[in-house]
Design a protein around this ligand. Structure first.
Ligand SMILES: [Zn+2]
Length: 261
């Protein structure tokens, strides 16, 4: 079976000691591709470096909503340039976050718009972070969706059925992370069981949100199989079916076949 971890932060300090070993463990476990997500200009440079060093690693570039107030005026211009690097397969992570108070919401929204517009210009998919801002996020996506089809994913989705339905209707993918395995998240499992198989992605968000039984420990891309196993169980299908569908979906969204090699 082949798996793709569509969202990980391999450039973070948690992996500086053993990044090569972590990637090797993932490859041994059947993870054929890992999408390393940029969150600041520095982080974007680091994930591109990783993608150049490891054949299975791809990168996205963008400014995470929690970091937009720390961005320098010139950072966005450089992100736009970095987006043209050969192994950059997407933009983000972007979106809205009302849980943390690191950046004013209107500035987050301004950068979210920039990512969505750039996605259309460069024909690159975007990766959405949404925390306690579902109505605002859906409204902003709708505004763009009215102008052109959306090409993106809601990462580590844990929103309501209404938000899921709205995003699916706008053509987006929903990505499930370790949270779906947590004991108390029965309603998320019920929702995950209803996502159309051709719109379902899996991710780890490593080093965060490790699935059961590693909850609270450092997460790593190899653990994406545990989330996938949980999805297979709740949907009453084989792991092979989840592997086949989610891998095909990730390749389609991030156009990994064109980017391979
Ligand atoms: Zn992330």
């Amino acid at each position: 079976m082949e798996w793709i971890d569509t969202h990980c932060h391999l450039d973070e300090d948690a992996f500086t000691q053993d990044c090569a070993e972590t990637i090797a463990r993932a490859v041994d476990a059947g993870i054929v591709a890992m999408v390393a997500i940029g969150i600041t200009l520095d982080s974007c440079r680091r994930v591109i470096e990783l993608s150049e060093r490891y054949p299975q690693v791809y990168a996205t570039v963008g400014l995470h909503p929690n970091y937009v107030s720390a961005a320098q005026p010139d950072d966005w211009k450089q992100i736009v340039e970095l987006a043209k690097s050969p192994k950059v397969v997407g933009l983000g992570e972007t979106g809205l976050d009302k849980y943390w108070d690191h950046s004013p919401l209107d500035l987050q929204a301004e950068y979210f718009d920039r990512h969505l517009e750039l996605s259309q210009q460069l024909n690159l998919p975007f990766v959405v972070h949404c925390r306690e801002a579902e109505p605002e996020t859906v409204a902003q996506l709708r505004k763009h969706s009215a102008r052109s089809p959306l090409n993106g994913v809601m990462h580590a989705f844990c929103g309501s059925a209404e938000t899921a339905a709205a995003c699916l209707e706008m053509g987006m993918y929903l990505s499930m992370g370790g949270m779906v395995t947590f004991k108390k998240n029965e309603s998320l499992r019920q929702l995950a069981a209803t996502i159309p198989l051709d719109r379902l992605l899996i991710e780890t968000d490593s080093p965060y949100l490790a699935p059961t039984p590693f909850r609270g420990k450092r997460n790593e891309p190899a653990h994406v199989r545990l989330t996938a196993a949980c999805l297979a169980e709740i949907r009453g299908v084989s792991k092979e079916e989840i592997a086949g569908a989610t891998t095909a979906n990730a390749k389609r969204l991030f156009r990994l076949n064109e980017n391979l090699g």
